[in-house]
Design a protein. Structure first.
Length: 364
């Protein structure tokens, strides 16, 4: 797995969020109430292999810290619950994997809900994002972890082919009444990495909103979720930057800026987690059909109202041709996407165009 300097990650996250402002009446009841709010920002590291940056408009620092404490605690717990590779203080995804073919594992309802969401999305929307692919992704992870200076080797092709035989999502048995999960195939493994971070961000931000938070934005790597609109004078949009996808962690360039209010934006790309075999870079997004990464798309950014769904869609679209991806998005109300291909060309859905800075969109 590619390792980042924390200062570089923080720079990236700060570049990807351009805080604009709002005087919309639906955000707050009066200008006096708006003027009493101040902007606060804080970050932490250690969940889902990324820095989390949280910015919110609150009356005082104590109020902000109240929200931040809930955010940090909940994100850390979700990180542990949804971890496929490390055990936690309570049963998690790895516990389920460790007991594949042996016995059902009693788990927290948060795991049941994530698995049900993932399976439903797989069956209704796209089979390109399969949480039952862990027997294959674990092979790639092992080689990434063993790479020296990002130089490594490919997993054994025979092991990849064997792993693909153990990715049947119907072998996941969920017993909601008893809150258990059982994998019928003893060689099967779950990997929820392509959905868990966005799903967790969605749950935490909705919780903060229910607590009274009116205006905030979180960036967790390629996952951004905004509540309301930023509360500053004469502006009413958040600016979300799309990084120019380059294999160079020392330099961050913004390819495009999306201006929007309350939304989620999730990016899947080949430039953040990869390693080299010879001169060829291999990214971490594995096609469940072939067992190998694809290299036609550099990045795809999905906008929609639900961060978990956006995470699911961004991975799916990364593994599809652009036109196939556009057809998929027609199934999801309000979903838009922006693609950057390996040849440098840019594509986007029709309604995304009016949100792009390059097409005249502003933060007003």
């Amino acid at each position: 797995m590619k390792k980042f300097n924390r200062s570089i990650i923080l720079l990236l996250l700060s570049c990807l969020i351009f805080v604009a402002c709002s005087n919309k009446s639906e955000n707050l009841n009066s200008k006096n109430e708006t003027s009493s709010l101040k902007k606060f920002s804080k970050s932490f590291f250690g969940v889902f292999d990324t820095d989390v940056v949280f910015t919110a408009y609150c009356e005082n620092e104590d109020e902000f810290n109240k929200y931040f404490k809930v955010l940090e605690e909940d994100m850390k717990r979700y990180h542990n619950l949804y971890n496929s590779f490390e055990n936690a203080s309570e049963n998690n995804i790895k516990t389920i994997n460790d007991n594949a073919g042996k016995e059902a594992v009693k788990v927290d309802k948060e795991i049941i809900e994530l698995l049900e969401f993932s399976i439903e999305s797989y069956k209704k929307l796209s089979d390109k994002n399969n949480i039952a692919i862990g027997s294959v992704t674990s092979l790639w992870k092992a080689e990434k972890d063993a790479a020296v200076d990002l130089k490594g080797k490919l997993p054994d092709d025979n092991k990849i082919k064997e792993g693909l035989k153990h990715t049947n999502i119907d072998n996941i048995v969920i017993d909601k009444k008893n809150s258990t999960v059982f994998l019928k195939d003893k060689d099967m493994k779950l990997d929820v990495g392509a959905i868990a971070k966005g799903y967790s961000v969605e749950k935490v931000m909705n919780k903060l909103k229910s607590m009274g938070l009116k205006s905030a934005i979180i960036s967790a790597g390629g996952n951004v979720k905004a509540i309301g609109s930023p509360l500053e004078k004469d502006k009413n949009k958040w600016g979300i930057g799309i990084q120019d996808p380059k294999f160079d962690s020392e330099k961050v360039d913004i390819k495009e800026v999306i201006y929007t209010d309350e939304t989620c934006a999730v990016t899947s790309g080949d430039y953040q987690r990869f390693y080299y075999v010879g001169d060829k870079a291999y990214n971490h997004i594995i096609d469940p059909e072939t067992g190998y990464p694809k290299d036609k798309i550099k990045s795809v950014t999905v906008l929609c109202k639900d961060s978990g769904l956006a995470d699911f869609l961004s991975t799916s679209l990364f593994l599809m041709d652009v036109e196939e991806g556009k057809e998929l998005l027609k199934k999801v109300d309000g979903a838009e996407a922006y693609w950057i291909l390996s040849d440098g060309s840019v594509h986007y859905t029709e309604n995304m165009e009016k949100l792009l800075k390059s097409k005249g969109a502003t933060n007003k």
